[in-house]
Design a protein. Structure first.
Length: 219
DNA sequence: GCGACAG
DNA sequence: ATCTTGTCGC
């Protein structure tokens, strides 16, 4: 796979892959959701993919250990952990119906955040749920779970600020590949019956941390 | 020139 | 992301 050696090459790859980004079709009733997350150690990282069923129980898990493939640059975040994430996906028995990313999808300077990038490479429906903002402005949504406001960047609606729990800080939701914002928000709510972040993200977070601790000890 | 800036 | 103690709340 072609890999950028500097930011300019990374920008070019994003511009090229963005042409493959699709708005649909959107999965009507996804039965499985994959959560992706990465944990960092000293010059090492562990990526985890956890697949949940419709009842949000864990169906399958896959991990991969590697090194950061690119320095952290806002807007180029995907290049840092994508190789390890892709390797983890290769360890899955079944392809998930939709992938939930820890970060942004189209709420990105060039409309091609991690969720878009991963979706295009795997050609699977994706969306992003970020804890903090990368681009855009939005009014504060109402205090109730389910309330949301438009995230606007340069006059374009690129995502939403969505309240997943009453009175709790909202999350940044944006569509990735083969996805639309309304569906992404609906699925995010379905994945947050109890906590601020989706169960997919939480499960993947725990799994990649455990995997990192494992190798950090040796083995 | 000075901030902002997913994880 | 990660480095870090105590602390408030269910």
């Amino acid at each position: 796979m072609e890999w950028p050696r500097n930011p300019d090459e990374a920008f070019a790859i994003q511009d090229e892959l963005r042409l493959k980004l699709l708005d649909g079709p959107v999965p009507a009733e996804p039965l499985t959701f994959a959560g992706v997350d990465v944990a960092y150690g000293e010059d090492r990282l562990a990526a985890a993919v956890v697949v949940l069923g419709a009842d949000l129980s864990v169906r399958e898990t896959a991990v991969a250990v590697g090194e950061p493939a690119f320095p952290y640059v806002p807007g180029l975040f995907a290049f840092r952990e994508l190789p390890a994430v892709l390797e983890a996906f290769e360890g899955l028995e079944d392809k998930p119906d939709v992938i939930v990313c820890d970060g942004q999808g189209r709420a990105h300077p060039r409309r091609f955040g991690l969720a878009c990038h991963l979706g295009v490479l795997l050609d699977l429906p994706t969306f992003g749920v970020g804890k903090t903002r990368l681009v855009g402005e939005a009014d504060e949504p109402g205090e109730k779970r389910g309330e949301r406001t438009a995230l606007i960047d340069r006059g374009e609606e690129v995502g939403a600020l969505l309240r997943t729990r009453d009175g709790v800080k909202p999350v940044y939701v944006s569509a990735g590949h083969r996805m639309d914002l309304a569906t992404a928000c609906a699925l995010t709510l379905r994945l947050t019956p109890r906590y601020r972040l989706p169960e997919t993200t939480r499960a993947a977070d725990h799994t990649c941390r455990a995997a990192l601790a494992q190798v950090h000890r040796g083995g």
